[in-house]
Design a protein around this ligand. Structure first.
Ligand code: AKB
Length: 317
């Protein structure tokens, strides 16, 4: 039986991953780790144990691991790409000093660790179309720098100490529960909220800018599938390309307009977001994830759009 600690359990991915893991492994076996300024509420709080765990405090991680006899840590603490550009030192402290703390505790207590990387780990000189699993990674954003370092440090702990580290490179994640904050791909979530609220959407990213995106249920499934995969089949570890859809603002706008015909979108380009988006791949090649652990997404743009609109309408009405 797995005993899981999620660090960053109240964030965009953490809030839904915690509930998904509780469904799969039992409520009592999944501990929601949070920082006091982002305490869990509602079902997340009531359905299972939670504990203050600041990733920058190794002692806190160690005591939660001991208290709950944790064997698997999902480390989701990070600043997203745009906000990391205005707080590079903090992005490093959370992303890398924090990861170091997690890996040291994992080494001592023999925990498996999942710390996601991102499409942000690639840069302008990476091949942008069908970006290979193993390729050039020279990002110029602090987010990208921390994500490449995350991959390297996680592999280092696996190779040197045998810590069972595994990860995926997440694309932009689209969900209808907890909104993202400070990312380059956030527009692809915000656009659905505007459509459902009957507001005109102001798009910060240029028409024609392709980026990989994924619906939350597929992202959650990827994380859990990889952590359950047979280690003997893993040639790679940190981190796997995964993909399900790639689109530009115009394509998602048209997909929504099929269901909300009077929805309007105008462009007002944010130069920082555009610069970051331009440096990221158009679409990843995820063959290694498919071959090594059976990755296969369920949602495409149309089925995600139907589900997003239905769920948001029910929640926001
Ligand atoms: C961001 O936009 O910063 C994130 C990511 C793609 O990693 N959503």
């Amino acid at each position: 039986m797995k005993r899981i600690l999620i660090i960053g359990a109240t964030g965009q991915i953490g809030s839904e991953l915690t509930m998904e893991l509780r469904k799969r492994y039992g409520n009592e076996n999944v501990v929601a780790g949070y920082i006091p300024s982002a305490a869990p509420t509602g079902e997340l709080k009531d359905s299972g144990p939670s504990e203050v765990v600041d990733v920058t405090n190794g002692g806190m991680i160690a005591s939660a691991v001991k208290k709950y006899q944790i064997d698997t840590i999902y480390n989701l603490a990070a600043l997203l790409s745009v906000v990391a550009e205005s707080k590079p030192r903090l992005a490093w402290q959370i992303g890398i000093d924090g990861l170091w703390n997690v890996l040291e505790v994992a080494r001592e207590h023999k925990c498996a660790v999942f710390t996601p990387s991102s499409i942000g780990s690639f840069g302008a000189n990476t091949p942008h179309i069908n970006t290979p699993q193993d390729t050039i990674q020279r990002p110029r954003t602090m987010y990208g720098v921390t994500k490449v370092t995350t991959e390297l440090l996680s592999d280092y702990y696996f190779n040197k100490y045998g810590v069972d580290t595994r990860a995926v490179r997440f694309p932009g994640i689209i969900s209808n529960v907890t909104p993202p904050g400070g990312g380059t791909t956030d527009y692809a979530v915000d656009i659905y909220y505007s459509a459902v609220k009957g507001e005109r959407f102001i798009c910060p990213i240029k028409k024609g800018t392709l980026m990989d995106m994924m619906y939350m249920p597929d992202a959650l499934n990827a994380a859990v599938m990889l952590m359950e995969a047979d280690p003997a089949k893993l040639i790679h570890r940190n981190a796997f390309n995964i993909a399900s859809m790639s689109f530009d603002p115009e394509t998602i706008y048209q997909a929504i307009r099929k269901h909300v015909p009077d929805f309007e979108m105008v462009y007002d380009i944010d130069p920082l977001k555009q610069r970051i988006a331009d440096s990221w791949p158009d679409c990843l090649d995820d063959t290694c994830a498919r071959e090594e652990w059976g990755w296969k997404p369920v949602y495409n743009l149309e089925s995600m759009t139907v589900d997003m609109l239905e769920k948001l309408r029910a929640r926001l009405k």
